[in-house]
Design a protein around this ligand. Sequence first.
Ligand code: NAP
Length: 502
Amino acid sequence: MAELFIGGEWVSALAGATREIRCPADGSLVATVDEADRSDTESAIDAARRAFEAGPWPRTPAAQRGDLLLKVAALIDRDKAAYARAESLDTGKRLVESEYDMADVISCFRYFGKLAAHESGRIVDAGNPDIASRIVYEPVGVCGLITPWNYPLLQAVWKVAPALAAGNTFVLKPSELTPSTAILLMRTLQEAHLPDGVANLVLGSGAEVGAPLAEHPDVDLVSFTGGLATGTKVAAAAAATVKKVALELGGKNPNIVFADADFETAVDYAITAAFLHSGQVCSAGARLIVQNELHDELVDEIVRRTGRIRLGGPFDSMAETGPLISAAHLEKIEHYVAAAMTEGATLRTGGWRPEDEHLKDGSYYLPTVLTDVKQGSYAVREEAFGPVLTVERFTDEDDAVRIANDTHYGLAGGVFTKDGDKAQRVAARLRHGTIWINDYHPYLPQAEWGGFKRSGVGRELGRAGLAEYQEAKHIYQNLRPQPQYWFSRPPQTSSPGRESTQ
Ligand code: NAP
């Protein structure tokens, strides 16, 4: 016990509360961890504030901060097996997927470790040799970092690495369901000798930890990744103290397949886009939009292959995808499918919990394909965040764009066609933050990531530069200061000649 990391020390929740973390693959107990409340959250904010105001980190040269991040990358690389195992036990995801995430985690720390050293500011040409003018970048201050459960470590690292590189201090609040890798991350930062109070970890609920981070006047920036409803609350709470806010929210992502697409490629990617990590991916291609000519053939093949997807726990080497995060989330998916069918959707495969004996204790749901969904209906409007693919039809390019943009989300989307010009035209017209052409899901740490419309506010930190975690300060220096006398001149000093006349 003592899993809260505050001011450089491991402490227990003040009220003594705990929470059991259970593996969604079989319900087994993974850990019992401290459950913080508002008073713990406030002491973490206080520790981060003190470290920002008086500690060495914000004043450490950027290159040295970068060196520490590179050391963190090396330590995580050393411990990646333990990290991946912990991630899989908390989330139920296949170990191979957690291992894959580790590569992204390490490359994120390396990327920001190198970038930190190069962020030295810029000269502004004032057009006058007597003026020296420059922009310097400074840390924003205390950052509240709030993350979801689907990629717990990766989501945390995409915030922690740039926040540290820019010289900030932070309080991290992971999802209450998946705290284990955040605990490991704090241990690694401690081993790397990050100064006390720079990194703080508070485990607990959205109400007791997340909300205070968004509200507290001593938090300067809140970076939130999660659902639209929670993100809206975070933005409203942060507005009261005019915090900087970055929101990475949900998506209802279109995957457009033209009749001239390579058939095998389109089928394969459509399945991966929808069912990777049981569809619990913000950018999941959950809305397949297929040109009429190809619709029936493509859907038949997707349905056939989806019906054969093998489910299993993290350490089942035959499993192709895993459970949902919790029994509550499983019920949410069941309601979503029921609502879609009430609206007239046709269930082509899935739509049920699997009956296999070895899956009975986990939160599993069969990969599901729904056709005949109507445009504007609940099923194509709302994010399921689970293994459910809806299929719509289109006639031509204009129709495809119109349908794909008919959502209040705008996170990501795919376009499959052999016609390169058409792909670029469609990509240019889609109102979504990332467009993959003849591909789906790859992320580049050096590329920006962010949502249009209600999928986000600000670019996801971490996926390009440090801008979100920095304040730009303009320093303007007059090298030849002289009085200007714009308003009044001082009393004239009398000339000796005049004096002599008096
Ligand atoms: P969520 O319910 O919105 O929770 C996200 C985080 O916010 C959790 O740590 C949660 O704590 C916390 N929280 C809850 N209420 C809060 C409040 N009032 N104030 C501050 N924080 C609060 O989302 P989720 O179910 O964990 O994650 C799924 C969602 O995340 C999906 O919509 C998905 O699309 C989105 N997502 C987006 C991206 C992206 O890059 N755009 C990436 C991944 C996921 P508790 O866990 O304790 O409730």
